[in-house]
Every structure is written in C-alpha cells, then in structure tokens.
Design a protein around this ligand. Structure first.
Ligand SMILES: C[S@@+](CC[C@H](N)C(=O)[O-])C[C@H]1O[C@@H](n2cnc3c(N)ncnc32)[C@H](O)[C@@H]1O
Length: 357
C-alpha cells in the first residue's frame, strides 16, 4: 500500500461515519454473528476483522486490490509484496469463516514489465500452506470487455474467482444456480442411441460416466464453472466494481437465506446489494470513507427495494421458465465438494457430455 494511501482504521475514527472501525473493534468481540446485519464498516480489513468473533460467516466473497493496478484511485500494494500483505488478512478470514463456509476471491494478475506477474499463483500456494483448500477456480468471462490492441497479448476478457474452503465438505446449493437446458436438448435428446440409454463409463477410467437418457424431459441442468457476465458500471465513484450478478451467483450457491456474508474489500458495496437482494445478512469492510458512503447508500437502496411487495416484474413471468428450485429457499445440508453432475453450457453451444459420478 502506498504511504499516501495507506490509512489505518484509526485515521477514520474522527470521520463523520455512523459506525467507525474503533466502535466495531471495541464491541465486536462480544457481538454474536446474528448481530451482523447489513453493515458497512469503514476501516482496514485486518484491523476490523480482529474484532469479529470466530466462525461468524457462512461465506466470504470479495475482490481485493489487484496489487497496485489502481494505485491512483484507491492505492494498493506492489505485486512483489502482495502475498505478504494478503496473508495476515487471509488468516483472519480463515478464523471468521465457519467450517462449512466458502471463500470466493475474485482476482487477476496484472502485467508487470510485459509479462504476467505470478502473485496470484504464489498466493494460491501460500493460502494452501495456511490451511485453505483450493477447491475450485471459476472463470468470470467479462462479456463486454473493450476491444484494444496490445503488442504482445489480446484484450483481457476474464478474471479468476478462486474458491477456497476450510473443509472438504462444505455448503453448496447446486440446484440454486441451475441453468435452462436450452434448445440443444430438443434435437439431441429426440433420438437416443443405445449408448445414450445406458450409463456410458468414461474411457479414461476417471470414475465418471454419462447417461444421456437421464436428461430427457428436464428443463434445467447444472452450470459450468465459466460465468458469462457483463461488467457493470454502477457508479463513476468507484473504478473497479464487479457486476451484482457475480456475488449473487456465489451467494446463492454457497449460502442459505439468513446466512451471514462478508466482503472485506467492499468497495462500492456490490456484494452488500447482492446479499440483501437474496435475504442474507451482510458485513462489508472498506478502507476509504468515500467508498463506504457509496456502499452504504447502495445498501440502503437495496434494502428499500427489498421491501416492495413480492411478485414478478412486468413480463418476467412470461420470460422465465418456472425454476424447479424457485419456491422458498431450502436449508441445504453440507455436501461433499465435487458436483455429482457436470454439464458444459457455453452459451449457444451444445454440451458435449453429461457426466455423472
Ligand atoms: C477491487 S475493489 C472492490 C470493488 C467491489 N467489489 C465493488 O464491486 O465495488 C477493492 C477495494 O478494497 C479497498 N481496500 C484496499 N485496501 C483495503 C484494506 N486494507 N481494508 C479494506 N479495504 C481495502 C479499496 O479501497 C477498494 O475499494
């Protein structure tokens, strides 16, 4: 973090902010997880987290500074020191996450001296040393990245969403993120071969197999680990927001209604909006007071919208097929890591295989 930009929670204590990091740290220890109700705390993540009781959160979803790539707007830390800077925060995150919880880290390595820096790769290794399990990597495909020309690479159209867990068995609501089967199913499943009707073991003896006939008549399939989502520019007050749909997807997948979600680098509060949209409790931590204000405002707006009478938006009922899981959210038992079923669902493409364990 730059000298100029590095402000500790203490610097903000006199700011005109309803809840300062100091207040939080003072009474945080004695607060139960149930009391974290849609708050944005202005302060340094490491300091604020020190006041949070252990195992308070079901899900952590966040996007930290990508080293110093936004040095001019909200500071950052040099790529060579990124891991060293992040690890103490990750240690706190480990402490405040429930054993059944997930930690989703949206990040991308920046280019330094004409090549990709390795800090994300080093971070993954270091987090594993710290005790985290690197369960999965989701790819966020940024559908609307700007065209451009670079001498040695093409435009950056994807970012990592690293999924870490504390345990092999964790909460995962796979049905909550199912996707429509799509038109391909109509033609593919019309005339089934004999192989389609029985379980077809994988030729590489992976233990996976496919039974195409199981998918006849189904409206929904499990998604792939590539998320095709456009970037959004909610506000010019923050230069690095992710789309609300991104945290929403992970919140649906890795938490239940009423669960507690944390974003330690809350920025403009996108995760806060997503959490509130989905009826989860939320704690956001953000270093810079101007972003805290933006996040609080967005969070309040989301809460106000939530109070509107429930019901589909005009036209929504016609557009959306009835989702098998759309009724009341279910408490899903903790399930084991790997998905029982995988479906390739690149938009417009025919899934090549429907695997089952
Ligand atoms: C990539 S941005 C997050 C953007 C956010 N996902 C959104 O949609 O608005 C990272 C944020 O981390 C904040 N930040 C940097 N260092 C921090 C620290 N030590 N503690 C808390 N927040 C920090 C920055 O001010 C910045 O707003």
């Amino acid at each position: 973090m730059d000298e100029k930009d590095s402000r500790s929670a203490k610097n903000f204590m006199d700011d005109d902010i309803s809840r300062s990091a100091k207040n939080f740290i003072d009474d945080g220890i004695s607060r139960s997880a149930e009391n974290f109700m849609n708050e944005i705390i202005c302060g340094d993540a490491r300091e604020v987290l020190a006041g949070v009781p252990p195992e308070a959160f079901d899900l952590i979803v966040t996007s930290p500074p990508y080293a110093d790539s936004r040095k001019r707007t909200y500071g950052g830390v040099h790529p060579d020191r990124f891991v060293e800077w992040f690890l103490p925060i990750a240690e706190e995150l480990f402490r405040v996450l429930k054993p059944s919880g997930s930690f989703v880290l949206n990040i991308k390595e920046r280019v330094v001296g004409g090549e990709r820096h390795t800090y994300v790769i080093e971070l993954i290794l270091a987090l594993r040393e710290q005790g985290w399990r690197w369960t999965e990597e989701y790819c966020w495909h940024k559908k609307n990245s700007y065209p451009g020309r670079w001498p040695n690479r093409f435009r950056d159209s994807w970012e990592r969403c690293l999924h870490f867990t504390k345990e092999k068995h964790f909460k995962m609501n796979q049905e909550a993120v199912m996707v429509p089967m799509g038109d391909w199913a109509r033609s593919r499943l019309r005339n089934l071969s004999e192989t389609d009707k029985r379980r077809d073991e994988s030729g590489v003896r992976s233990g996976f197999g496919k039974k195409i006939v199981n998918w006849v008549g189904r409206e929904f399939a499990f998604p792939a680990n590539v998320l095709h989502m456009a970037t959004e520019c909610y506000t010019r007050n923050h230069s690095a927001t992710f789309p609300v749909a991104l945290p929403e997807w992970f919140i649906k997948l890795f938490s239940d209604e009423g669960d507690a979600v944390l974003d330690p680098f809350a920025g403009s509060g996108t995760s806060a909006v997503a959490a509130q949209n989905l009826g989860r409790r939320f704690l956001g931590i953000e270093l810079r007071p101007e972003y805290c204000e933006v996040a609080r405002k967005r969070s309040e707006e989301a809460a106000a919208e939530k109070k509107l009478p429930p019901g589909p938006a005009p036209g929504e009922a016609e557009r959306q097929p009835s989702h098998p899981m759309s009724p009341a959210p279910r408490r899903t038992p903790v399930v084991s890591g790997p998905a029982p079923t995988r479906v390739s669902d690149a938009p417009g493409q025919i899934p090549l295989a429907l695997f089952e364990e």
